[in-house]
Ligand binder design. Structure first.
Ligand code: SAM
Ligand code: SF4
Length: 399
């Protein structure tokens, strides 16, 4: 075992641990992350982009894995102050896809050569445990696809049932590690404490590949707390990291500025494109082996080249949208989302063309994370420190 040091700037030395051919852990401190987040000088930022791209290439290669996204329901019981699917957005036409509709999208994923389908929804208890398990079983029995679920904070019994049915991965962003801010923007359901970190630990125990991430530039998010988020990616040893800019939705309390959360101007993180690239790159430095998508939110901020810039600054995954067109507009997390009118065939062709134009290859197979087998022991050990750093929210008693 030995260490590499990259010349970045005097205060920004990253240490990378090498075992065999793999860079398996990054010792990037919170102070270093903070320096980068505040860095505005383009000359230094070029170093960050190059380091992130080199570490991406060394650890996960040039293949860009495609995950077919199916937004299976926009019903949600939650009141997230930032999201257009929140239960109080009464004007929104709600839908829940049938099993036949989902299987048609799955068939397209196979036809386009994707290795994974991602089934995402609001926290919708109309999605019954056994129904979801049977859909997962059907996909696993009939296709070679990996199945990723992103269905919110479902009870343990659901997570167990879906894992037993064959689900491979679960995505649940912790959104921000600032617990006071989190509580304000993501209120707990009555009688239930919203503890996404605990659910992420549980998902790892159950053998899922675990994905998480944050929104960038939520009002009230400081540079310090965003640095802590990125440091936490490394502690959790995530398999997948999804980060994207917060985009205000005018039909939400946060979008209407009905709740005031802004941090002092010099501390508030901007929800900008540049900040998003920095977080993608720093996520790659923190978790070299993780799968990191260049997200739709990034493509929404920069339609011409947002996805490409994400891919050359640390990302290695894209999630083409397979949701039937009649539902796309209703899955309106935030307005003016990119790729809302394109058919699945258009999305597929456009994304593959963009990947090839970068000199990268379209990934084949499932694109599993190399982190999973190493993560559990490591996370168990280091999470003890995090838990001390992050006191539990004052939970209401269980009903
Ligand atoms: N309901 C599940 C959950 O909350 O984990 C999955 C679906 S939810 C729509 C997926 C992600 O959308 C959230 O984790 C959040 O980060 C993101 N999101 C919601 N509202 C957003 C907004 N206004 N701007 C950017 N991202 C947003
Ligand atoms: Fe529901 Fe997820 Fe939106 Fe929150 S972020 S309102 S849980 S869909």
């Amino acid at each position: 075992m030995y260490f590499l040091r990259f010349e970045v700037s005097p205060s920004m030395l990253g240490k990378f641990r090498i075992v065999g051919d793999w860079v398996v852990g990054t010792k990037i401190s919170k102070a270093e992350i903070l320096d980068w987040l505040r860095q505005e000088d383009d000359r230094y930022l070029q170093d960050l982009w190059q380091k992130a791209d080199a570490i991406r290439r060394e650890n996960v290669g040039d293949a860009v894995h495609l995950r077919g996204l199916i937004e299976i329901s926009n019903h949600c019981v939650r009141q997230c102050q930032y999201c257009g699917l929140r239960v109080d957005h009464r004007g929104l036409a709600r839908y829940r896809m049938t099993e036949a509709e989902i299987m048609e999208c799955v068939r397209q994923a196979v036809d386009y050569g994707y290795g994974t389908v991602v089934l995402q929804s609001g926290e919708d208890y109309g999605i019954r445990t056994e129904w979801m398990a049977s859909v997962v079983r059907r996909i696993k029995a009939g296709t070679p696809l990996a199945v990723t679920l992103s269905l919110g904070e479902r009870p343990d019994t659901d997570l167990i049932a879906w894992r037993e049915a064959g689900a491979d991965r679960y995505l649940l962003r912790f959104e921000t590690s600032d617990l006071q801010l989190y509580e304000k923007i993501h209120p707990s359901l009555p009688g239930r404490c919203s503890d996404r970190i605990a659910i992420l630990r549980r998902l790892a125990e159950l053998g899922y590949e675990v994905g998480s991430g944050v929104m960038i530039g939520i009002p009230g998010q400081t540079y310090e707390s965003l640095a802590h988020d990125i440091w936490l990616f490394e502690i959790l040893y995530l398999d997948m990291i999804g980060v994207g800019p917060y985009i205000p939705h005018p039909r939400t309390p946060l979008g209407q500025a009905a709740i005031k959360l802004g941090a002092p101007q010099d501390k508030q993180v901007p929800n900008s494109e540049l900040m998003t690239y920095k977080v993608v790159a720093l996520a790659r430095l923190a978790c070299p082996g993780a799968n990191i998508p260049s997200t739709t939110a990034l493509a929404t901020l920069n339609r011409e080249e947002g996805r490409e810039l994400g891919l050359v600054r640390g990302a290695n995954v894209v999630m083409p949208n397979l949701t039937p067109l009649q539902y796309r507009l209703s899955y309106e997390i935030y307005p003016a989302k990119a790729c809302i009118f394109e058919t699945a065939a258009d999305c597929d062709a456009c994304i593959k063309r963009r990947i090839i134009s970068l000199g990268r290859t379209v990934g084949s197979g499932r694109g599993d994370s190399p982190n999973r087998s190493r993560r559990i022991k490591r996370a168990e050990r280091k999470l003890e420190d995090v838990v001390e750093d992050m006191p539990c929210l004052p939970c209401q008693p269980q009903l």
